[in-house]
Design a protein around this ligand. Structure first.
Ligand code: FE
Length: 197
């Protein structure tokens, strides 16, 4: 049963393991950083981006995604640890959704990879609830006053994925081209996608 990850112990264990393996010359910390970076920025969020792009071009898929996120995401082959119970939140002109885990750092690994450092930070976790628009401003995002901002606190069981609004001027793009436009931050709700040039 998925629970909030107990952060302190695994983080400490990983550090200890990394130190020992480095000391013994078995791993290169730089290579490790590169690997983490790849999962954090490249591989991970690209999965979520494909889910988003498919939802934009396929109304039936979008409907399945909003009704049963876990099953619809699994259709594309993304499932597993920390993605067992997925809820997809659609951003519209009426509602802007953003996601936090106030208790620790729960995050949908199969669709977004590893959580960014700021997502795990105490200031983000505390402030996003008290002042969501202030936090958005720090990410360079301004949501119109007429749009309701909703903050979703990840629970022990659920992981959220935001379905960002499709940018204007992208009618002619293929699903693959659309996926390339989707940013990690837009799927956490701290980013919005700019209109295509
Ligand atoms: Fe958590």
């Amino acid at each position: 049963m998925p629970t909030h990850a107990k952060e302190a112990d695994p983080a400490l264990r990983v550090k200890v393991l990394e130190s020992i393996l480095t000391e013994k010359g078995l791993i290169d910390p730089k290579a490790l950083d590169a690997l983490v970076d790849t999962f954090e920025h490249k591989i991970g969020p690209r999965n979520g981006a494909r889910v988003v792009a498919k939802a934009w071009v396929d109304p039936a898929y979008r409907q399945r995604l909003l009704t049963d996120g876990t099953a619809a995401i699994k259709e594309l082959g993304y499932s597993g640890l920390q993605g067992e119970d997925m809820v997809v939140l659609e951003n519209t002109d009426e509602v802007h959704n953003m996601v936090v885990c106030t208790l620790c750092s729960c995050y949908p690994w199969p669709t977004l990879g590893l959580p960014p450092v700021w997502y795990k930070s105490a200031p983000y976790r505390a402030r996003v609830v008290a002042d969501p628009r202030g936090v958005l401003a720090e990410f360079g995002v301004t949501i119109p006053e007429t749009t309701e901002v909703r903050v979703w606190d990840t629970t022990a069981e659920l992981r959220y994925l935001v379905l960002p609004k499709r940018p204007e001027g992208t009618d002619g793009l293929s699903e693959e081209q659309l996926a390339a436009l989707v940013t990690r931050d837009s799927m956490i709700g701290v980013g919005v996608l700019a209109a295509a040039a």
